[in-house]
Design a protein around this ligand. Structure first.
Ligand code: ZN
Length: 220
C-alpha cells in the first residue's frame, strides 16, 4: 500500500513538466509547452486562435470534426498520458525525441493487417500485447492530484489489430484510496465498453489487487 501511495499520489496540482499551470487533463495532454513536440505538426489546425478549447473534451470534439485521423489523435494523447504517469511514478519513460518515433511505429502497426508476427522492434518499446483474435483489450489507469482533491481516469480500447476503438480521459472527485481509484477506473472502463457497444474484452489495469478482484466479474 505504502508503495502504491508513493507511486501514485502526487503532491502538487501544478504541472510537473512546466510548473506554470494547474495540471488539468487538457493542460497535460495539449497545452503544456513540453508536449507540443509530441504532437509534431499534425493537428496544427486545432491550435489556431479561432479555436477555443476549454477542455480536452472540446478538443476531441473539434478534432473529430476536422481531422479524419482520430486514431492517431488518440494514440498521441494516450502516449503523452502514459508518459506523464510514468514520470509521476518515477518509472522509466520514453524521451521526448522518441515519442514521435514510437507514434509512427504504432501507426504503422495500425495499418498492417496482421499483428503479432515478427513485429520488428515494436514489442521492445511497446509492451502492449494484442488480445486474442476477435477480442478487445481495454487498458485503464488512474492518477491522484492530492492538493486539488481530484483524480483522473484514462481508458483506451483497442481491437486485436491494435486499432484504437475508443479512448477517454476524465477528471473525477478524489476517491478515498488509490485502490478505490483503480477500481473506479476499471468500472469506468467497463461502462465505456458498454457505451461503445463492444463485448468480449480483456481488461488490463495498473493495480494487481483490483484486477484480481475483478477477474470473473465481467462475462464474455
Ligand atoms: Zn505544463
Amino acid at each position: 500500500m505504502a508503495n502504491l501511495h508513493r507511486r501514485k499520489v502526487l503532491q502538487s496540482p501544478l504541472c510537473s513538466n512546466c510548473n506554470k499551470a494547474r495540471e488539468t487533463v487538457h493542460h497535460a495532454l495539449w497545452e503544456c509547452d513540453h508536449v507540443l513536440g509530441c504532437w509534431g505538426h499534425r493537428f496544427k489546425k486545432l491550435r489556431s486562435p479561432e479555436q477555443s478549447m476549454g477542455s480536452f473534451a472540446d478538443l476531441v470534439f473539434s478534432a473529430r470534426q476536422q481531422d479524419k485521423n482520430m486514431e492517431l489523435f488518440m494514440v498521441v494523447a494516450w502516449m503523452i498520458w502514459t508518459r506523464r504517469n510514468k514520470r509521476h511514478f518515477n518509472e522509466q519513460q520514453l524521451p521526448p525525441e522518441k515519442i514521435l518515433e514510437a507514434e509512427t511505429a504504432l501507426l504503422t502497426k495500425f495499418h498492417e493487417n496482421s499483428v503479432g508476427r515478427s513485429e520488428r522492434k515494436l514489442t521492445q518499446t511497446q509492451r502492449w500485447v494484442p488480445p486474442a483474435a476477435g477480442m478487445y483489450k481495454v487498458n485503464y489507469d488512474g492518477a491522484c492530484f492530492v492538493d486539488e482533491e481530484k483524480a483522473g481516469i484514462g481508458v483506451v480500447v483497442r481491437n486485436d489489430r491494435g486499432q484504437v476503438m475508443g479512448s477517454l480521459a476524465e477528471k473525477i472527485e478524489m476517491p478515498p484510496t488509490v485502490e478505490v481509484l483503480e477500481a473506479m477506473a476499471a468500472r469506468r472502463a467497463m461502462i465505456f465498453m458498454e457505451e461503445l457497444g463492444l463485448r468480449h474484452a480483456v481488461f488490463e489495469g495498473d493495480s494487481e489487487i483490483v484486477v484480481k478482484a475483478l477477474v470473473g466479474l465481467y462475462p464474455d
